[in-house]
Design a binder for this molecule. Structure first.
Ligand SMILES: C[S@@+](CC[C@H](N)C(=O)[O-])C[C@H]1O[C@@H](n2cnc3c(N)ncnc32)[C@H](O)[C@@H]1O
Length: 208
């Protein structure tokens, strides 16, 4: 990345952070927390020196951060323009693999190839605007089924699911999301400890 484009990226990030903080205060700190706080949760709760799998690359800002503290990041984005932008942004970073497709199609191919400590950031939800709207607004059932199928391959696993406030299908806007109890049942069934913080569901095979 050139100096000018890096300056623009930093400026955009600073402005975005200020706006998000202002909105959060105006909502009296109700969910969702600003994205920089959510990213702190990812770095703290995720296993260190692990492989990250992110669903929903979007602009790649979380991807870039995760890559600083991990072995590799596999990030999946179905929206063609967002995918191309991310591919160009991370072209020179051998740690980051940008994959084009739906998580539902990519997981069955990618997960059997992974070993060691694996962290999942499940954030591939339709989010309006330019984001991709696939067969379901929230593919998390499919993603969790695939993680479960491959669990024995991993030394440890941490699963972080964003937007927990949306996991209430009785709200018409979130009809495609499973109930939060679905996530709790899945974590218990797989002997994972779970908790929720800053709008993120965290399930871990190791002690928090
Ligand atoms: C909320 S944004 C992701 C934000 C990003 N992970 C971050 O932390 O900055 C959601 C992204 O998920 C993508 N998406 C939508 N459906 C998806 C699916 N089935 N699989 C993977 N990604 C999906 C959207 O195109 C959008 O870019």
């Amino acid at each position: 990345m050139g100096i000018l484009s890096s300056f623009r990226t930093n400026l955009r990030a600073r402005r975005g952070r200020k706006n998000e903080e202002r909105e959060w205060v105006a909502r009296d700190y109700a969910s969702p927390s600003p994205s920089w706080i959510k990213r702190r949760v990812l770095l703290r709760a995720g296993e260190k020196n692990a492989t990250w799998v992110e669903t929903g690359t979007f602009l790649g800002d979380t991807t870039a951060l995760l890559a600083l503290e991990s072995k590799a990041v596999h990030t999946i984005e179905p929206e063609q323009t967002l995918f191309r932008q991310a591919e160009a942004r991370f072209r020179d970073n051998p740690c980051i693999h940008v994959i084009h497709g739906l998580s539902e199609s990519v997981f069955p191919i990618l997960l059997p190839t992974l070993r060691g400590k694996v962290n999942f950031w499940l954030d591939g939800h339709y989010s309006g605007g330019i984001t991709h709207q696939g067969p379901t607004d929230c593919p998390v059932r499919d993603e969790l089924a695939n993680i479960e199928k491959n669990l024995a391959l991993f030394e440890s696993v941490t699963v972080l699911i964003d937007d927990i406030r949306c996991f209430d299908p009785s709200i018409p806007l979130y009809a495609d999301y499973p109930d939060v109890n679905y996530l709790v049942d899945w974590a218990r069934k797989n002997n994972l400890r779970w908790h929720i913080e800053h709008d993120i569901f965290v399930a871990k095979s190791t002690a928090p």
